[in-house]
Design a protein around this ligand. Structure first.
Ligand code: AMP
Length: 190
């Protein structure tokens, strides 16, 4: 079956980073009081409903990581997978999955980190990244930085180098960047 693209991808679309940032900002929706009162949730689902915006974001990240000579991408469950997988495939580098506890079937390393109430844990297979590899961490959104920081520690424990942590969105007012023990890159900041 031949599926027609509903928008021309290569002719009319700009891949300029500034244009991509602007388009993402237009697509991302604020949802007040979700999942609980007082939180303004950034809903990224409209970005993934738009194949041209998703392609543009993928290309912008892939170009950047190519310039940074990245060997592998580590993506954080679950929305990080939506960004990390196409970028790793476009770049031609391995994708390491950083998952919630109990999901990975073989031997893992794990890190727990504090949440507002309680704690959470992330795991990665011991062979997901190789010693000495230059790894970029990818997630959808940087809030307080706890999730990304646990991932930085996992990658370093595996003996790899964290080139940077990259996000579609950064909530700057929460200062996750200040708490992260790695360089931070975000396409869209609030
Ligand atoms: P943190 O560990 O505080 O940096 O939280 C990061 C994770 O929580 C990301 O993977 C996001 O998916 C999610 N998250 C936190 N705050 C928000 C928000 N306001 N809108 C959407 N997702 C959020």
């Amino acid at each position: 079956m031949i599926v027609a693209l509903n928008k021309p991808v290569s002719t009319s679309y700009s891949w300029r980073v500034a244009d991509v940032r602007e388009q993402l900002k237009q697509l991302i929706k604020d949802v007040p009081d979700f999942p609980k009162e007082g939180i303004v949730f950034k809903d990224l689902t409209p970005v993934f409903l738009d194949p041209v915006a998703t392609q543009a974001m993928t290309r912008v990240f892939a170009d950047r990581f190519h310039a940074l000579q990245v060997d592998a991408i580590a993506a954080i469950e679950s929305r990080g997978f939506l960004i990390g997988a196409p970028v790793a495939a476009a770049l031609g580098v391995p994708l390491a999955l950083v998952r919630k506890p109990g999901k990975l079937p073989r031997r893992t390393i794990r890190r727990s980190y504090a949440l507002e109430y309680g704690e959470d844990t992330l795991e990665m297979h011991t062979d997901a990244v190789a010693s000495g590899q230059r790894v970029v961490i990818v997630d959808d959104l940087l809030a307080t930085g706890g999730t990304a920081n646990a991932t930085v520690e996992l990658i370093r424990e595996a003996g790899a180098e964290v080139v940077e942590a990259a996000f579609m969105v950064e909530l700057s007012f929460l200062n996750g960047r200040g708490r992260l023990a790695a360089d931070v890159h975000a396409l869209v900041q609030y």
